[in-house]
Structures are given as structure tokens and as C-alpha cells.
Design a protein around this ligand. Structure first.
Ligand code: ATP
Ligand code: MG
Length: 419
């Protein structure tokens, strides 16, 4: 049967939505008990299609007999979203998401993360090493308000607000409080990004992924309670050093590969790996943060064009469908940037970068070893299916040689990191 272009497009959207819906169901089933799954699904689908054809899709949902399956949605998150959408409708805001520009050194925020280092971190801070069993047990996140916490020094500023040191009054637990301005979130239409950030990050339990403990909101702001990362952004450290040695790069790179490997086993694609989104946590352990572009996609191929220019993979530049291989590309760009101090496809303008991403192989300065070059070239394969798997990355001689055996303890002594 031949469909009109419009019908083909609608079918493609319906396919994507269905894939996403299946993802929601799987996620719901993994979480177990609670509210009605069909409500959660219709909400997801209505939001995605902006009310275009919910009736037809609801029929699909019903046919699959998903009603009655139980899903524990966070009532807090739904209340927050309802509030944001209501405010949007009231204000009639029309603006679009700002492109995710690479931050240049002159835009780096002036906050002194060094001061945060001197904050005595509470000993009751949970161990960063938690097992998948812990994750299964924690289905609900506790509810706080500003009355429960003391807010301290500012750690830094982001696009929609600032981040502060904070302490929970009852337990003395220290964490980072990210304060987001609701009006800004609404104006830039990033409620869904926030939703994903909260849903995905609060469910991740890995030593190299920044924990999102909980969140709450008041009339004007949304507050995210995050694991404290006293060292600030890895971007700052890379800027101050220019490049990282191969040993340091390998040690940092391995932590990021393990974080992304964990995400992929949970069917999460991060889609925005870069030094700005990596924080330096307790004992100098690297923590991947900023899940604003992440997506939970158990079976689907994605189409959304997102991420940061220098890190875009060729399949996204060419508007092809893509899968988790985009993160493998991102890791390749990251490793290149660690070793060379700049991204591999940098150019004077956007078009030039796109051209290089599609057609060029990266140039390496002479000091880069053959093994490191080999690994980067295998990560930056233009054909996503030919890129190394994450297991192969960890077994690659450059990683194994630098981080394996007795070297692991030596690197940990030098560069920190909970292993
Ligand atoms: P942008 O997109 O501009 O990076 P953002 O909204 O993503 O902004 P963040 O990057 O999360 O904001 O936070 C801004 C700054 O606050 C960071 O650069 C970092 O210095 C500091 N910061 C954020 N989270 C933490 C944390 N958990 N611990 C310590 N400092 C933090
Ligand atoms: Mg950020």
C-alpha cells in the first residue's frame, strides 16, 4: 500500500509514539504497583502529540489491554508538571528550546567551586556504590520543602537558575540544591526536558552517575536535590590543564564508559556527553550529570536532533534514525578532547563542523600513542553499527594497559575515583 507523504509522516510519528509507549509500560512494570498505567500512557501520548490524535492512539492502548496494569507514578512529578503546563497556558508563552550551545571559556560562570571544597561533607553521605537491588527497592522519593533545609553558598549558575550547597536540617545531610526558575522553564518550553531529567536521573544508581535524590517546587521555582560534587565541572579542570595525560585520560574515560554502559543496560541514551556535563564528586570520582537530553528508549530508533554541535554524530547530522551508538561516538569525541584539548571536528562555523563530522577523519598531534588513536578511530566510525561496543572499549588494549591490574591502584592514588 502506498501512503501519501503526510500519512507516512503520521505513521512514523505513531510508530515512534507506540515505541515510546512500550518503553513506558516496561518502565512501569519494572517499578510495580500504584496508579493506573493507561492514565500514565495517555498523558505521555497526549503530551507528545499535543492532542493531535489521542483517540486513535487510545484505541491502540486499549487493544493491547494495558489498562489495569499498575504503575507507580510520582504524584510529586505530576503535580509539578500540571502546575507548569497550567502556568504556560495562562501566560501563552510561545518560545522554543534554545539550542544547546557549547559553552566557551569566556562564558564560564564565575562561581568559586573551590569554596565548596571546604564544606565539611556529612559522614552520613550515602555510599556512592549501590547495587541494582537498591534501585529496585527505591520506588518512591521522599518529599521535602524549603523549610526542611538550610541553603548555603552558591556553587554555580546554569541556564535556568543557580546551584547552592544545602543541608537537610534533620539529618545534616549535605547536597547540592539546583534552583530552577519556573517562568524561564515555561518560556523556553523545556518542561519535558525537566521531566526526563527528573525521571531518568532519580532512577539511576551508579557510582559514576550524579544522584538526584528528590525534588520539590513552590510558586516560582523548582528545586532539585542533587548529590554534591565538590570539584565542579570536569570542563574547568580540562581548561586549566589544556590536555590530560594518557594515564589520566584513560582513568577518566573508563569511568565514563562504565556510567554509559550502565545507562545502556537500562535502555537510557544520554545524548549529551561532554566535559561540561561531567562533575567531579567525592574522592575525585567522575559523575555524569545533566540528563536533560537523555531518553529512555527500550526498543525504538530515535529521530530527535539534539546534543551539542561538536559532539553530534554523523547519523544525527544526516537526520537518520539512531540508537544508543550515538553515545559511543560521544565517548570518542570526549576522549579526543581529553588528549588533544579540543574537539576533533571543530571548525570556524557550524557548516564546517557538520562537513567534518560527515566526511573527515580526526587529525592527531604527534604525541598521541598509536593505541589511543586506534581506540578513538574505532569509536568515531561514521557507521554506527561498526563502532566498538562498550564491552570492547573496556577490553581495548589502550584501556586495559592503562587501567588494568596493578595500574588501577596507582591511577586511583593519583587521580582519585571510587572503584
Ligand atoms: P548549563 O546548561 O549552562 O550547564 P545547567 O542548567 O545544566 O546549565 P548545571 O550545569 O547543572 O546547570 O549547573 C551549573 C553549575 O553549577 C555547574 O557548572 C557547576 O559548577 C555547579 N553545579 C551543578 N551541579 C552541581 C553539584 N551537584 N555539585 C556541585 N556543583 C554543581
Ligand atoms: Mg550543565
Amino acid at each position: 500500500m502506498v501512503h501519501s507523504p503526510k500519512a507516512t509522516k503520521s505513521l512514523a510519528v505513531a510508530h515512534d509514539v507506540l515505541d515510546e509507549a512500550i518503553g513506558v509500560v516496561q518502565e512501569c512494570m519494572a517499578r510495580g504497583g500504584g496508579a493506573d498505567i493507561s492514565a500514565a500512557l495517555s498523558q505521555q501520548i497526549n503530551i507528545k502529540l499535543k492532542g493531535d490524535c489521542p483517540t486513535a492512539l487510545r484505541a491502540v492502548i486499549d487493544r493491547h489491554s494495558w489498562t489495569g496494569v499498575q504503575f507507580k507514578v510520582s504524584p510529586n512529578l505530576n503535580a509539578l508538571l500540571e502546575d507548569l503546563f497550567k502556568a504556560r497556558n495562562d501566560s501563552g508563552a510561545k518560545e522554543n528550546t534554545p539550542p544547546n550551545k557549547r559553552r566557551r571559556s569566556d562564558e564560564k560562570d564565575k562561581a568559586d567551586t573551590g569554596g565548596a571544597k571546604s564544606t565539611p561533607l556529612d559522614t552520613s553521605m550515602r555510599s556512592a556504590k549501590e547495587t541494582p537491588e537498591d534501585m529496585a527497592l527505591v520506588t518512591e522519593i521522599p518529599w521535602f520543602s524549603l523549610d526542611d533545609i538550610d541553603v548555603g553558598k552558591r556553587l554555580g549558575a546554569g541556564k535556568f537558575g543557580a546551584v547552592y550547597v544545602a543541608r537537610e536540617r534533620r539529618t545534616g545531610f549535605i547536597f547540592a540544591l539546583k534552583v530552577l526558575d519556573k517562568a524561564q522553564l515555561i518560556k523556553h518550553r523545556v518542561e519535558h526536558q525537566l521531566r526526563r531529567e527528573i525521571e531518568i536521573q532519580s532512577h539511576c544508581r551508579h557510582v559514576n552517575i550524579l544522584r538526584l535524590y528528590s525534588f520539590f517546587h513552590d510558586e516560582k521555582r523548582v528545586y532539585l536535590m542533587l548529590e554534591m560534587a565538590p570539584g565542579g565541572e570536569l570542563y574547568g579542570l580540562l581548561q586549566s590543564r589544556g590536555v590530560f595525560s594518557e594515564a589520566r585520560s584513560a582513568w577518566y574515560f573508563k569511568q565514563m564508559v562504565e556510567a554509559i554502559q550502565y545507562c545502556h543496560t537500562k535502555h537510557i541514551i544520554h545524548r549529551d556527553i561532554k566535559p561540561e556535563n561531567i562533575l567531579i564528586g567525592l574522592q575525585d570520582t567522575l559523575k555524569i550529570a545533566d540528563f536533560g537530553w537523555a531518553v529512555h528508549a527500550p526498543s525504538s530508533r530515535r529521530e530527535t536532533f539534539c546534543g551539542t554541535l561538536d559532539y553530534l554524530p554523523p547519523e544525527m547530522v544526516q537526520s537518520k534514525k539512531y540508537r544508543s551508538h550515538v553515545d559511543i561516538w560521544g565517548l570518542g569525541v570526549l576522549l579526543y578532547e581529553f588528549l588533544v584539548g579540543k574537539p576533533p571536528f571543530e571548525d570556524t562555523d557550524e557548516k564546517g563542523t557538520y562537513r567534518k563530522i560527515k566526511n573527515s577523519t580526526p587529525d592527531f598531534p604527534p604525541q598521541i600513542t598509536t593505541e589511543a588513536k586506534d581506540l578513538i578511530n574505532r569509536l568515531l566510525n561514521k557507521n554506527p553499527d561498526k563502532r566498538l561496543t562498550l564491552a570492547d572499549v573496556l577490553a581495548h588494549p589502550w584501556v586495559a594497559l592503562n587501567c588494568g591490574g596493578a595500574n588501577a591502584q596507582r591511577l586511583q592514588r593519583h587521580y582519585g575515583g571510587i572503584v
